[in-house]
Design a protein. Structure first.
Length: 227
């Protein structure tokens, strides 16, 4: 981890936490982050490395891992790594897949819309060397993310259809899922319901609508099902 890196602003996600949020196998996510001895190099540049003896990634890395998870079934990791390297060089950003740049696929190639210094938007082929892949619809990669004015990803709704008010924000609860308005971690509310046995009682204690408690519980239950 860089000496000047702020954990309070970056978010902290262990491999199991990242895997749960993305609905992926821990073993796969660990390879994407750490690589595999003599077989695979890491796919992302980990901003955190190890925190308290455990491999951890930042929110920015989590956004990159979503890209890897989405395309891994269609493109090999070696190809994804090359795509990411070319995107970094082309866009001049160390983590381009955590930005608002809109990535697309025409069924054969992964392309990116790049705004040139003149303000002209053009289409640049990031991987034209005979890359064949099936058509993939992936609007959710950008639609479920909120960006700041500079185009950097700042929050994510990991289960928008189940829990539209639950977000992951690196500055709230170290990146743990929270209710958007109250910023109370969903895990805290779900645990309280388990202990108290009453959603209404928990809603009264935390001074939030009972529907918010219900949403937090539903979100946590969905995470466990994906484990």
């Amino acid at each position: 981890m860089r000496a000047d890196f702020s954990l309070l602003e970056s978010g902290i996600f262990t491999v199991p936490e990242a895997a749960l949020l993305m609905g992926q196998k821990q073993s796969l996510v660990r390879v994407w982050i750490e690589g595999h001895t003599r077989k695979q190099s890491p796919v992302i540049d980990n901003e955190l490395g190890r925190v308290d003896g455990k491999t951890a990634v930042s929110f920015t890395n989590l956004m990159e891992l979503r890209f890897v998870a989405f395309f891994a079934p269609h493109v090999g990791l070696q190809e994804i790594r090359k795509i990411m390297d070319e995107a970094k060089a082309t866009l001049g950003h160390p983590h381009p897949f955590a930005t608002r740049t809109v990535f697309k696929t025409d069924g054969k190639k992964i392309v990116a819309e790049i705004a040139y210094r003149t303000g002209k938007v053009d289409i640049y082929d990031l991987r034209s060397r005979n890359l064949e892949m099936r058509t993939v619809v992936w609007n959710s990669l950008k639609n479920d993310v909120t960006y700041d004015p500079l185009g950097q990803a700042v929050s994510w709704r990991p289960r928008p259809h189940i829990a539209p008010n639950v977000i992951v924000h690196p500055r709230f609860a170290f990146g743990q899922p929270v209710l958007k308005k109250s910023r109370i971690p969903t895990k805290v509310l779900a645990k309280a319901v388990q202990v108290e046995g009453s959603m209404k009682f928990v809603a009264d204690i935390f001074e939030v609508p009972i529907k918010s408690v219900r949403e937090a519980v539903k979100f946590e239950q969905n995470l466990r099902l994906a484990a």
